[in-house]
Design a protein around this ligand. Structure first.
Ligand code: UD1
Length: 429
């Protein structure tokens, strides 16, 4: 298994190209199941999760090719993906694939909507909390599907097609909103989705579905109204920039100090993060090409945050922000309200000398003046990058093990940071 070694102490200066958003690219790829025409996606990030989903979709019969030029590289690996689901050859998504990435479970709705049946293994993915799928099932049942669990698989049937209805979610779920939306676009009649997630990636998928012929109103609000269509057609869509990658590199610059231009980043997607970072003493200003982040000289002020559904502070930046606060001049409280058990990075940050005390769903982070490099273990996708951020200022070498978690969600991380002056290298096993 690959490891990443970081020698702390260098400031970051230069440019980083922000990739397309993983959390939009995955459901957009899945949306290709809804039409027998070609869906072309641009700005697709090259990530392990994307490669895995290509294989999963391939199993269902989707023909996929990749070309185009990638921003900030020599263009060897393309960022444009063409997906054609002319014929669905298999409506089963097997355990050995779905257990490796939770989002692949999201094929359930589109397969059911298009083929009238689907058999999808219950998911796995990041080990953060229990992450049930009851709301996904609730959405499909509301649209008339018969759903049962058989030997670890969800088996859903709607032989006469799905029928539009009202779906009211008890709490906000990104995945369940995707499931409801991607099923409703091919259902008969009108579907109203209440308490829908408002994450920008949902809006991006909805935009693409509209280009494919779907009728959706209420974008950006928590009530989505969908008029079902008999069929959708092909389209071309550009994946929006990754706001989590944007926030992550902003926090890396804030930690190491320096001045970095995040090319392609969109300030409107990270408003809450900018607000929090400015309170911490970090400058983040929009430019014509993206966002410029700098921290020169001044120390970091402690800022307490609570994770919330969008537009609140994202849970996917909680670990990175905690790493940053380990060096603040005072105490910050970080409260996690979305996932239970999403504090596995705490004990690893402690190995680097951080002073963090857990109290239920909150972590009290007492800033320390120095961190020291150590061997640490990546436990999930976002936690692993928090260790890299801490490693940027830790004295000596930090060795991050199990970096396959990082590769699931960050494109060429060590190259992007290395180009800005970080001393970071990947050691192949
Ligand atoms: C998505 C994101 C993930 C992000 C999360 C929250 C992708 C590929 N993943 O994950 O990066 O951290 O949103 O912003 O976009 N829940 C239920 N029942 C359900 C579904 C969810 O109780 O049927 C709960 C979850 O356990 C969790 C909360 O709802 O406590 C939110 O989860 P959800 O928004 O569904 O997360 P994902 O879609 O899995």
């Amino acid at each position: 298994m690959d490891r990443i070694r970081i020698r702390g102490g260098n400031r970051l200066n230069g440019e980083i190209h922000i990739s397309g958003a993983k959390n939009a690219a995955l459901p957009l790829m899945i949306a290709s199941l809804l039409t027998d025409d070609t869906l072309t996606l641009r700005n697709v990030p090259r990530l392990a999760d994307v490669t895995l989903l290509m294989r999963i979709l391939g199993n269902h019969g989707v023909d996929i090719s990749v070309d185009g030029k990638r921003a900030g590289t020599n263009g060897i690996q393309g960022d444009t993906m063409h997906l054609t689901a002319r014929t669905i050859v298999d409506t089963t998504a097997p355990y050995e694939m779905v257990s490796r990435m939770r989002a692949s479970f999201w094929v359930l709705g589109p397969l059911l909507a298009r083929c009238g049946e689907a058999r999808v293994s219950l998911p796995g993915g990041c080990a953060i909390g229990t992450r049930p799928v009851d709301m996904h099932i609730q959405a499909l049942q509301a649209l008339g599907a018969e759903v049962e669990i058989d030997k670890g698989y969800i088996v859903a049937k709607a032989k006469k097609g799905l029928k539009g209805d009202r779906i009211t979610f008890e709490k906000v779920s990104v995945g369940a909103t995707h499931a409801a939306l991607m099923s409703a676009v091919l259902a008969h009649g009108e579907t109203v989705i209440e308490n829908a997630a408002r994450e920008p990636e949902i809006g991006d998928v909805a935009d693409c579905l509209i280009k494919m012929g779907a009728l959706i109103e209420g974008l950006g609000t928590s009530t989505l109204r969908v008029q079902g269509r008999d069929r959708l057609h092909g389209a071309t869509h550009e994946v929006l920039p990754d706001r989590i990658e944007t926030g992550t590199y902003a926090m890396a610059v804030a930690m190491a100090g320096g001045d970095v231009h995040l090319l392609g980043a969109r300030a409107d997607l990270v408003g809450n993060v900018i607000n929090v970072m400015e309170q911490a003493g970090v400058s983040m200003s929009p430019t014509n090409q993206g966002l410029r982040v700098s921290r020169n000289g001044a120390g970091l002020k402690p800022v307490s945050v609570t994770t919330e559904p969008y537009p609140g502070f994202p849970t996917d930046l909680q670990a990175q922000f905690m790493a940053l606060m380990t060096r603040a001049e005072g105490t910050a409280t970080i409260t996690e309200t979305i996932f239970e058990n999403r504090f596995m990075h705490v004990q690893e940050l402690a190995r680097l000398g951080a002073d963090i005390r857990l109290r239920g769903d909150s972590a009290e982070v007492h800033g320390v003046t120095r961190l020291r490099g150590a061997e640490v273990m990546a436990t999930d996708l976002r936690a692993s990058v928090s260790l890299v951020i801490a490693g940027l200022v830790a004295e000596g070498d930090t060795m991050v093990h199990r970096v396959y978690h990082l590769d699931r969600g960050f494109e060429r991380l060590e190259k992007k940071l290395g180009a800005c002056g970080a001393e970071i290298e990947r050691l192949a096993s």
